[in-house]
Write a protein that binds this ligand. Structure first.
Ligand code: ATP
Ligand code: MG
Length: 405
């Protein structure tokens, strides 16, 4: 991508009402644009980051045999009324809208009800199970506080996976597979070292659910951890009974803040029972389908990764999610010529700063935008038949022979 050809501009300041660092940096660096509190547009660079995150998740889920769909955002109240969730009680608050022909629709805050309803048309026998179905979808929630940039949107991107089983043992088996897939996903996203599976409240049917929490100073959650026993638990389950269960005492736990990047639930019959998702088993009797659900906050992850690695100069993307690998600069006539040549053969991985501005401005923007490597060609480097390669992460610069680039 050529800087001169995009509508993108880096900005000196962020919107006045943007108090979150991720929101401010991502806005200044041209990744996102704020529409209003909790509502953002994703610009070309930001969209690439989102797509990179999605592709890592997609790759790991497809390995488990999951199938991707895209369900509707507009929701008929009916199935939600059957589970009691169309009122604002249990899920985060709905955005609702009136139909011109009468009646009310809602914008989906999550999809347990519609997917359960949908599968009633496709599941009838034990032979139809298990099924693992997921999507990347925009969710709408009228969140009370939307002050954390893209960590908490009123409109945000989620990966939601739902699994359907003929037995509890099969649900347990798949749940464990998803736990492992999640570990691989967060490792590939560069936050494996700081993301921990965390005990959280399980709702009605299982004692615990699990969250995946990335330790982060600006995280909205409070968690307690014991590094030796590799135990992490959410504040909401910090009580005597849970401590006994986990074999750890309050004294052995430290407190920290974290951002929930994903969670997994054994739902069992929570939705299949009220909505009547049944199958016929091998003995020809009718049974209720076991369910699990597994979320990942895709847009939140982008904000978490931005927060995690940013420094005083700007963003620092891990290679796996960076929109491009190289930030390319040519200085002087010969430098530009060499940069053009490099760009011609590395277009897909290169963001080429071909603007007519001073090198100092290009360098500052390269640090703000945060691509893994900056490559500079100039008379000085060309005299050595080389380019200057600077790692954004370490700040180290080395001369690399053009033939070795
Ligand atoms: P939170 O406690 O942070 O509100 P949640 O328990 O409501 O999260 P889920 O409904 O399980 O979250 O959604 C699945 C995932 O979607 C979460 O783990 C989180 O990463 C992400 N997520 C939830 N709400 C938001 C939001 N308002 N903005 C961005 N991401 C979100
Ligand atoms: Mg919530």
């Amino acid at each position: 991508m050529r800087f001169s050809k995009t509508f993108l501009k880096t900005l000196r300041g962020a919107p006045k009402d943007e108090i979150a660092r991720n929101g401010a940096l991502l806005t200044r660096a041209g990744y996102i644009h704020k529409e209003m509190a909790g509502v953002y547009d994703y610009l070309p660079l930001g969209l690439k980051v989102i797509e990179n995150i999605k592709n890592i998740i997609r790759d790991e889920l497809n390995k488990l045999g999951c199938e991707e769909v895209l369900m509707s955002s507009l929701q008929n109240p009916e199935p939600w009324e059957k589970t009691g969730r169309f009122s604002d009680q249990e899920v985060d608050i709905w955005f609702k809208t009136e139909l011109s022909s009468g009646g009310v629709l809602g914008l989906a805050p999550t999809h347990e009800e519609p997917i359960t309803e949908l599968l009633k048309s496709y599941v009838s026998s034990y032979r139809d199970l298990p099924l693992y179905i997921y999507q990347f979808q925009t969710k709408f929630r009228n969140e009370l506080r939307a002050k954390s940039g893209i960590l908490r949107g009123r409109e945000f991107l989620m990966k939601d996976l739902y699994s359907f089983h003929a037995s509890e043992a099969d649900l347990d088996r798949f749940y464990a597979e998803v736990e492992n897939a999640y570990r691989r996903i967060f490792a590939r996203l560069g936050i494996g070292d700081s993301t921990f599976e965390t005990f959280a409240s399980g709702g009605i049917f299982s004692k615990y659910s699990h969250e995946f929490q990335t330790f982060l100073p600006v995280g909205e959650d409070t968690v307690y951890y014991n590094a030796d026993k590799s135990i992490v638990l959410n504040k909401e389950v910090l009580n005597e009974e849970v401590l006994r269960d986990l074999g750890v005492s309050r004294k052995e736990l430290s407190e920290t803040t974290a951002a929930e990047v994903g969670n997994i639930f054994k739902l069992k019959f929570k939705y299949s029972e009220p909505l009547g998702l049944k199958y016929i088993d091998e003995e020809n009797s009718q049974k209720t389908v076991y369910m699990g659900c597994y979320g990942i906050g895709v847009s939140r992850l982008m904000g978490v990764i931005a927060e995690k690695f940013a420094d005083e100069k700007g963003l620092v993307w891990p290679e796996s999610v960076a929109p491009f690998k190289y930030y390319l600069v040519g200085i002087g006539e010969n430098g530009v010529q060499a940069a053009e040549k490099f760009y011609a053969s590395h277009e897909h991985e290169t963001f080429y700063d071909d603007r007519d501005v001073r090198p100092g401005e290009k360098f500052a923007d390269s640090e703000l935008i945060g691509l893994p490597y900056r490559i500079v060609f100039s008379d000085k480097t060309l005299a050595e038949n080389a380019a200057e390669l600077t790692s954004r992460q370490t700040g180290k610069t080395e001369l690399i022979k053009i033939s070795d680039l």
